[in-house]
Design a protein around this ligand. Sequence first.
Ligand SMILES: Cc1cc2nc3c(=O)[nH]c(=O)nc-3n(C[C@H](O)[C@H](O)[C@H](O)COP(=O)(O)O)c2cc1C
Length: 398
Amino acid sequence: MISGKNIVLGVTGSIAAYKAAEIASQLTQAGAKVNVIMTKAATEFITPLTFRSLTGRPVVTEMFDITSEMSVEHVALAQAADIVVIAPATANIIAKIAAGIADDMLCGTVLATKGPVIIAPAMNVNMYENPVTQENLSKLRARGFTIVGPASGWLACGETGMGRLADIDEIIGTIRQVLGRKGDLAGKRIVVTAGGTQEPLDPVRHISNRSSGKMGYALAEAARDRGAQVVLITAPTTLPKPVRTEVINVGTAQEMYEVIVIKKAVAQADALIMAAAVADYRPAKVSESKIKKVTDTLTMELERTPDILGTVEGSFIKVGFAAESENLIANARAKLLQKGLDLIVANDITAPDSGMGADTNQVVIIDRDGKVDELPLLPKREVADRVLDKVVELLNKR
Ligand SMILES: Cc1cc2nc3c(=O)[nH]c(=O)nc-3n(C[C@H](O)[C@H](O)[C@H](O)COP(=O)(O)O)c2cc1C
């Protein structure tokens, strides 16, 4: 989504201006052409040289500097921009944009662009909570601007409260989502499950599996970046929540079943992609107190968990995952038929660098017609996009 895009990054006179250097760096590394516009106040906090070095491009600081190649046409950057991002955005620039003022290159560019605009406010808590700032932000929201953050926490002025610049990951994730709004999943609702369920034995122990959640989270982010509205139903993982997706946390297979089948989280969905490693069995009895170390051996009875994929009903595309250690294709095909899936993504969990916990995955995608697509070892994000290509194909056939 970001590669090849023309991004205007506006930096204003906030103490958080130094954080914009990381944003410029990450966007440049992701392949964007980043044109930084700094307000005069921003140059008091961080030098244009920093952005010049990180982006490899000239930095605009003046509207009337005839020596700068960028100032030839005062609306040139606005016209070329795929997106304008102001991070950090001061109370002052927010007020100026809300009022339609164009007395510097940054607010002039915002006024002249037809592209989407993201604003990441950063300021003192009282400045943020001041009704005039709130009114200005409401005006911008109503006009279609995307506001990210601010976050709550310690502020440079010594106070604690709302006003910290949103996390860089949240800002970058929002840029991806806004750029992807017109993607091939625009207007679609995709439900993704992820992570390994945890089935309790007693108050402090559980049975689980090695699923990291990386494949499901990659699917959720990839679907978001292609324009989908994403619901991620996740068992516990250590991963950060994907930005701008709806996240529902569950612990056990039963809880996942209740969210999907009973509460019908998939009722309006166009596709359900079950990448979670849901336990097949759980302890038949959960001890109310901690099981003590008193005997040499301990036998425990397990019972089947509910079959989510087998029972969920609806007209959405159903995609399952099969983690297999033998007879990969035959077992996956059997699961596809047995559970009435449209697609199954099978991975050989014994292969190196593939399957649970890895950042890469080698999978075979099998469809209902028996077509088998064997993919090479790829980063999970790329696997996610290849799976979504198939989902888009199926959705387009409907
Ligand atoms: C040390 C210092 C830190 C500041 N931090 C912020 C801030 O985080 N947010 C904000 O809205 N203004 C902050 N200001 C005030 C702005 O710099 C001031 O309103 C300026 O006119 C903003 O100009 P600009 O919006 O054109 O960048 C700060 C000022 C100083 C001296």
